[in-house]
Design a protein around this ligand. Structure first.
Ligand code: ZN
Ligand code: ZN
Length: 146
C-alpha cells in the first residue's frame, strides 16, 4: 500500500501531500527532522500521530509502518489468547458433560435397583457409595467456583 503511494509521489507530489494532510492535522512546517538517525537538511516536517514528533516524510512513513506492524503483533497476540482460552473452556465443558453422563448412568442404575427386587445388600451399598461420592464432588466443585 505504501509502495503504491510512493509511486504516486514520483508522479504527483501534491497528491501525496494532500493524502498526508488528511491524516495529520498540522500543516507541514520547515525545520530539522527530530529523528536522531536523520541527516536531512532543512525540510518539510510533519507531526506524527503516534509519537507527536515533527519528522520528515521519510521518517513519517517509517513510523506509520512500525505502528502498523505493532498493531499486527497486538492482534496476533490477543487472537492467540482467545484460541487458548476457548480451548481451556472447551475442555472444562467436555469434562462436565462426561461427569453428567456418568452421573446419569448412576441414577439409572439406582432406579433399576429400586424398581426390581433381588439385589444384594453389597450391590445396593456399592451404588449408594458411588452416588454419595458424586454428590460430594459436586458440592466441592461448587465451592471452588464460588
Ligand atoms: Zn511516530
Ligand atoms: Zn527524518
Amino acid at each position: 500500500m505504501l509502495n503504491c503511494f510512493c509511486d504516486k509521489k514520483k508522479e504527483n507530489k501534491h497528491y501525496f501531500e494532500r493524502f498526508f494532510f488528511s491524516f495529520f492535522s498540522d500543516m507541514p512546517q520547515t525545520g530539522y527532522c527530530t529523528d536522531v538517525t536523520c541527516n536531512k537538511e532543512l525540510t518539510e516536517l510533519y507531526e506524527c500521530h503516534c509519537c507527536s514528533w515533527l519528522i520528515c516524510l521519510k521518517h513519517l512513513l517509517e513510523h506509520v509502518e512500525i505502528s502498523k506492524r505493532d498493531k499486527k503483533i497486538q492482534l496476533d497476540t490477543i487472537r492467540n489468547e482467545l484460541i487458548s482460552i476457548s480451548y481451556t473452556l472447551e475442555s472444562i465443558v467436555e469434562r462436565k458433560i462426561n461427569e453428567i453422563e456418568t452421573e446419569k448412568q448412576l441414577i439409572n442404575q439406582a432406579k433399576t435397583i429400586i424398581d426390581k427386587t433381588g439385589h444384594t445388600i453389597e450391590e445396593i451399598q456399592l451404588i449408594l457409595e458411588e452416588i454419595n461420592q458424586a454428590i460430594l464432588s459436586n458440592r466441592k466443585g461448587k465451592e471452588t467456583f464460588e
